[in-house]
Design a protein around this ligand. Structure first.
Ligand code: SAH
Ligand code: SF4
Length: 379
């Protein structure tokens, strides 16, 4: 028994208060937490040995009981439009995907919260995989750390930082992995870590109402809700959780969330454009009436197809006609540009841990400008 290896505490996943409690629990001063959190999240230093403002005995002690362990990057692909995608391996061996989308002076990182998803939305590749596991806080914030590091800058450099916005819109339903997601978002907003403002961290949910109510009690990040249909009959067929929490109940919960905010932020409704399913003029008018009942903007997302799907994307003309109707009603509506589709990084293409890994690897090899990180490490 005494020979069993001690499981090291992974400091990467601890918020500042949690890290302070950790240092106190090992008989050290609380202020060490701020020093270590800066090393990790602002300098990207993961070895205690290199944390030069800690005394040597403390560094040695930390090395025996703790570690800073992010997911392992398995592949990295760069798209012609500047989008960068990583395939990362988490504990247990499953893979998750993280996508970086540059636009002007913004860099938005799309982060995964689960491996797979149990909610089974009919047009979503992640949903088709089913649920595999919840990510830990370290695995969620680790995606931000690795993405920021990959641009070779100090992780937090206010002049030229790579990651200016984070959206919880990768694989998984963030509200079904509540505590790790909230802690990771705390770290994104923590001054001693990434220091992103609450307006630059967005949680996207398909509408898990009880968890959304809880979210409003603990944080005030920006909120996106995946609507996709303006009435229950249609939404039930696209987003099955609507049968449990229908639009009316969902909207009441969103209003409660918005009412708690100290500013006048709106919710963003995501609406994936599916040809012949949810893209008619009539539905645009119905959506406009619904949108008028809440402080919101609408983001129309062209559907991204994946193998085996029954859906096709609405035509450009249809999407713009749909947008115009909403605008005529005075609704703020944007159309998302499809990015990174040459590397399967576009929305809904985050298929991750598919059964046939061999086939998947073969597909990755075809990514343009592919960097095989494992090969680099081996060199
Ligand atoms: N589970 C959360 C967050 C992850 S999905 C949610 O559902 O909100 C992020 C967004 O991508 C959601 O709005 C989702 O509906 C959308 N999406 C999923 N599959 C898509 C696809 N194939 N094409 C376009 N958008 C898709
Ligand atoms: Fe899950 Fe979101 Fe995909 Fe629905 S759209 S299956 S909630 S990841």
């Amino acid at each position: 028994m005494s020979d069993a290896p001690i499981e090291k505490v992974n400091l990467l996943g601890l918020t500042l208060p949690q890290l302070e409690a950790f240092f106190e629990s090992i008989g050290e001063k609380k202020f060490r937490a701020a020093q270590v959190i800066k090393w990790i999240h602002q300098q990207g230093v993961l070895e205690f040995e290199q944390m030069s403002n800690l005394a040597k005995p403390l560094r040695e002690k930390l090395a025996t009981i703790a570690e800073v362990r992010p997911p392992k990057i398995r592949f990295q692909g760069d798209s012609a439009d500047g989008t960068r995608k990583w395939l990362m391996e988490v504990d247990g061996g499953s893979k998750i995907e993280t996508v970086y989308i540059p636009e002007g002076d913004r860099g938005t990182l799309c982060v995964s919260s689960q491996v797979g998803c149990s909610l089974d939305c009919s047009f979503c590749a992640t949903g088709k995989q089913g649920f595999n596991k919840n990510l830990t806080t370290a695995e969620i914030i680790g995606q931000v750390l690795l993405a920021a590091q990959s641009f070779g800058l100090p992780v937090k450099d206010s002049q030229k930082r790579a990651v200016t916005n984070v959206v919880m819109m990768g694989m998984g339903e963030p509200l079904l992995n509540f505590d790790p997601v909230v802690d990771a978002m705390q770290l994104m907003m923590e001054d001693q870590a990434y220091g992103l403002s609450k307006r630059r961290v967005t949680l996207s949910t398909s509408g898990v109402v009880p968890a959304l109510d809880r979210l409003g009690e603990v944080t005030d990040v920006a909120l996106a809700v995946s609507l996709h249909a303006p009435n229950d009959a249609l939404r039930n067929t696209l987003v099955p959780i609507n049968k449990k929490y229908p639009i009316d109940v969902l909207f009441q919960s969103i209003r409660r969330y918005l009412d708690r905010l100290s500013d006048h932020r709106a919710v963003t409704f995501e609406y994936t454009m599916l040809q012949g399913i949810n893209d008619s003029d009539q539905l645009a008018n119905e959506l406009a009436e619904l949108a008028k009942t809440i402080r919101c903007k609408i983001n129309l997302i062209p559907f991204n197809p994946f193998p085996g799907t029954e859906y096709t994307v609405s035509s450009r003309n249809r999407i713009f006609a749909f947008q115009r109707i909403l605008q005529e009603h005075g609704i703020v509506v944007t159309v998302r540009k499809t990015r990174g589709d040459d590397i399967d990084a576009a929305c809904g293409q985050l298929a991750g841990d598919v059964d046939d890994r061999t086939k998947r690897s073969a597909r990755y090899i075809q990514i343009r400008d592919l960097t095989d990180v494992d090969a680099q490490v081996a060199r």
